[in-house]
Design a protein around this ligand. Sequence first.
Ligand code: 2P0
Length: 350
Amino acid sequence: MADQKVYQASTTAPVNIAVVKYWGKRDPKLNLPTNSSVSVTLSQADLRTHTTAACSSSFGSEDSLLLNSSPQDVTGARTQACFRELRSLRAQLEASDASLPKLSPLPLRIVSENNFPTAAGLASSAAGFAALVRAIANLYELSSSPTELSRIARQGSGSACRSLFGGYVAWQMGEKADGSDSVAVEVAPASHWPTMRALILVVSAEKKGVSSTSGMQITVATSELFQRRAEVVVPRHMLKMEKAIKEKDFEAFGKVTMMESNSFHATCLDTFPPIFYLNDVSRAAIRAVEDINTKAGKVIAAYTFDAGPNAVIYYEEENTEAVAGVLKSALGNLDGWQGRDIKEQASDNL
Ligand code: 2P0
């Protein structure tokens, strides 16, 4: 009788929030971006995907994926690309060592759990594909580095490549047509800047109106502002952001973070038809951060928004009361805000 043993491995991957934004693809099939980006990884205590990958000849003939207990379609090109690449690396190992069990042909069973709302503008696909790729890599006992795995996770979802690392991460856009140099690298580990904090203002946990994938394609096709952003604005912001992180210069970090968010959302507005991700509560959060910084006489708080209305506010620990305390009381009274979850990053490993 054939070996019916179940092989399995588990892992977690964190959510990352871009401070220099990915928006635009030069190759939609391989998720090759039109510009580089930088992210800050959030604490796994609050926001992460936990994934178990298993394989066995007893699993029938089909691969399967459960996300938060719901069956997901695994036949899409993105998931298939990740499975194919990982199986091919395992097959190479098996070809070089005949004593290894033949796992590459076996059906995969993947089980994932998020501890945050899916598709709420909190980059769930990033943590999801990063955890999926690393769980299968662990199952297959691949010796690939996080950067090598990031090349595979990118094909699942662009921003996922940045969730293979903790701390501060750059996704280098690369130049090659095959995407082999479009990978994530560490800028600094989380421990480099232990006083950094993030506050997540969940304005809405509903699924977003325009998906990132289709939104960015319409932007590339219609926005003239986008050209300048990709060619001039982002390259400048990349240099400034990496320098600010290395020097732990919060004022520089905060200024670039806010200008990046503004530039990205201006590009969305310049898309035809326009894409609106921010709402009145988002704009109230921007004004509240501006007030805090004006009162402090310097940048002590920085907002950023992705493809949705939720805000992430960065600040340093010493300014917790001046930023998080003030925001909670300023925004707690707004219509549309009451009853919303205001989630504070308590962990020390942002
Ligand atoms: C980012 N976003 O850098 C930017 C900022 C949204 C706004 O990456 O099509 O879900 O799967 O490659 O990665 C969202 O895009 O898009 C995103 P796909 P993805 O975090």
